[in-house]
Design a binder for this molecule. Structure first.
Ligand SMILES: N[C@@H](CCC(=O)N[C@@H](CS)C(=O)NCC(=O)O)C(=O)O
Length: 224
């Protein structure tokens, strides 16, 4: 999203979990994505990638000038990449465990059909057992945080200050796993986790996320 907002040209490479991560390791010395390669520079971790892009570009700035706002944006971005990311992943696993169509939609499009079918047909009881081991206390904590953010964005356009910042981008992008947006592609759009995607209290939150995606696609961020 940051590359898009800053109107930089880029190419993405999808990584298939497992085998595909060997190439990630060869390139960056660790196995996680995202990894940014810019000429000789190889940067890992989304926070470090944003900082790098912020340093090499002029406009639009995604870190507020004001020190207090900049610190708040950093903290929110970091929370979104760590705690929020972990909790939304947990919710998605929980949902996928009981929803075979979501499991299949999550697999890469070029995944062999025979294996897709196999994963789709895993016994529900087995997957259910897995879901029950996940912590309901954490779900309650996640829901509470999201309700607060939902309330905030129903009154403010941006999470911090008066312009788009890394805080908005980091939070909005994590919300995808709870309720897949248009950009997720045909097989995933509209899918998501019950209790979140159909929760009326979170409606303003997903509406804000969709608006943000729409703005990024249509408008020059300097005008936002
Ligand atoms: N805090 C890191 C998190 C990176 C991360 O956990 N990436 C996940 C995908 S979202 C991954 O590559 N997982 C594969 C693995 O752990 O092997 C960031 O924001 O870049």
């Amino acid at each position: 999203m940051v590359l898009q907002i800053k109107k930089m040209s880029y190419r993405t490479i999808e990584i298939v979990p497992g085998l595909g991560q060997v190439n990630v390791f060869k390139l960056s010395g660790q196995r996680k994505v995202p990894v940014l390669k810019d000429g000789e520079h190889v940067i890992t971790d989304s926070s470090a990638i944003i900082e790098y892009l912020e340093n090499i570009t002029e406009e639009p700035k995604l870190l507020p000038e004001n020190q207090q706002e900049s610190t708040t944006a950093h903290i929110i971005e970091n929370w979104a990449d760590t705690t929020l990311a972990k909790y939304v992943r947990m919710e998605l696993i929980k949902t996928a465990a009981i929803d075979p169509s979501l499991r299949e939609a999550l697999l890469p499009e070029d995944f062999p059909k025979s294996i897709k079918g196999l994963i789709n047909n895993l016994p529900c009881e087995l997957m259910n057992g897995l879901s029950q081991t996940l912590n309901t206390e954490k779900s309650a904590t996640l829901l509470k945080s999201l309700e607060k953010i939902s309330d905030l964005v129903s009154h403010n356009k941006w999470l911090v200050g008066n312009s788009l910042s890394i805080a908005d981008i980091a939070v909005a992008s994590q919300l995808s796993l709870l309720y897949f947006p248009a950009s997720s592609g045909q097989s995933l759009v509209g899918k998501g986790c019950p209790g979140y995607k159909d929760n009326p209290i979170l409606e303003p939150l997903f509406h804000w996320r969709d608006n943000l995606e729409q703005l990024l696609l249509e408008k020059d961020p300097a005008e936002m």
